[in-house]
Design a protein around this ligand. Structure first.
Ligand SMILES: NC(=O)c1ccc[n+]([C@@H]2O[C@H](COP(=O)([O-])OP(=O)(O)OC[C@H]3O[C@@H](n4cnc5c(N)ncnc54)[C@H](OP(=O)(O)O)[C@@H]3O)[C@@H](O)[C@H]2O)c1
Length: 342
């Protein structure tokens, strides 16, 4: 069993820990936190050894009645791979610690792409991270766009992607985020940074993205336009997307009219934390319009659950770094262990 340490046990870290624990070929070596809150208590309840991320604060865990297994350096030393899920920017500061213990590490989308060996998406570029030491699992939005672009590129001549990202203002637990009552172009200047981030996965892809933030916590919504050089029908494109294991094409009969009902579905089927690991593409929205220059413009809406779509990707990235499986086998193992697919 591969031993995986999780440094940073928040929104992403706690989900990755549970996903690792569900796999047949890896186990949680422990999780590191800076303070003893409810998440620390629940980590102990789940039998994840708890480590202190900041030495000066270690006493607080004892004061709260929580037994520590050690300091984060101990966790890094005894892990085969570390998943760093600390807030954006802290991962880069942690890299020297991983280097000191010669422990490969995964970072998250809030980190710069400049200090890692590769950026990762299981569907698009698994191979680039095989045996690498430092890998960044790209952000929730970039993951969602990459899962869509990869099959389109395999089937069609993708000439240009334009995507408008209507982003949730904050996650449900992020009490300090907003906007509370506004619709904010973010960033106001165009195109947004998301397109260049997708280029860390597809270096040659022509893509422009625009971003907004809205008063919602549930999911992001992407309005996507892809110019194709060939002329598939909407039904053909739909069939291509339906064949993807990490894309749910929402059927008309399901009566799902927005992110709220998607989350309701996730709760009703008993998904942990009401997580939606898949891109959720509205089947009815898949439309092709003739393009005056040749080919067609493809349009669709997809919802992306920001808190969880990167979770199966982290599991696959662990296997890539540790050379445990190839892309196909890893995705199958991860999907089976988590229960992807509606
Ligand atoms: N949330 C999303 O929508 C989302 C989606 C995709 C990717 N990401 C990326 O994933 C990364 C983590 O984001 P998140 O949303 O999970 O953040 P988060 O909910 O704030 O969790 C990060 C956790 O790290 C802990 N932490 C803070 N400083 C630390 C340190 N020095 N060492 C160890 N742990 C520390 C904090 O817990 P304590 O202080 O309580 O220990 C916090 O709970 C970021 O790069 C982010 O951009 C986030």
């Amino acid at each position: 069993m591969l031993r995986v340490g999780i440094n940073g046990y928040g929104t992403i870290g706690k989900r990755v820990a549970d996903a690792v624990a569900a796999q047949p070929d890896m186990e949680v070596a422990g999780v590191a936190k800076t303070r003893p809150n409810f998440e620390a208590e629940l980590a102990v309840e789940r039998d994840y050894p708890l480590y202190a991320a900041i030495e000066e604060r270690a006493e607080r865990f004892a004061d709260a009645g929580l037994e520590l297994a050690g300091m984060v350096e101990d966790l890094v030393e005894e892990s085969d791979v570390v998943v760093d899920a600390t807030p954006g920017g802290i991962g880069e500061q942690n890299k020297p610690m991983y280097e000191a213990y010669d422990t490969p590490a995964l970072f998250q989308g809030g980190e710069s792409a400049d200090f890692v060996d590769a950026s990762f998406n299981a569907r698009a570029n698994f191979e680039a991270s095989v045996g690498a030491d430092y890998v960044r699992v790209v952000s929730c939005n970039t993951t969602g766009l990459s899962r869509l672009v990869a099959p389109l590129q395999e089937h069609y001549d993708v000439q240009k992607v334009r995507a408008t990202l209507v982003r949730r203002g904050g996650d449900p637990a992020q009490t300090g985020r907003g906007p509370i009552n506004d619709i904010v172009p973010n960033p106001i200047s165009l195109p947004s940074h998301h397109g260049p981030d997708v280029n860390t996965i597809f270096p040659d892809l022509a893509i422009d993205t625009l971003g907004l933030k809205v008063p919602a916590t549930l999911m992001h919504m992407h309005s996507v336009n892809v110019t194709l050089g060939d002329e598939p029908t909407a039904e053909e494109v739909r069939a291509v997307l339906e064949a993807e294991t990490r894309i749910k094409v929402i059927r008309e009969e399901e009566g799902i009219d927005g992110a709220g009902k998607l989350k309701e579905l996730a709760q009703d089927v008993g998904r942990p934390r009401a997580d939606l690991w898949e891109n959720c593409v509205w089947g009815e929205s898949i439309t092709v319009e003739e393009n005056a220059n040749a080919g067609v413009d493809l349009y669709l809406f997809q919802a992306i659950h920001q808190e969880s779509d990167v979770v199966p990707e982290n599991v696959d990235a662990i296997r890539a770094v540790a050379e445990l499986a190839d892309a196909e086998e890893s995705v199958r193992l991860t999907n089976d262990a988590l229960g992807l697919g509606f």
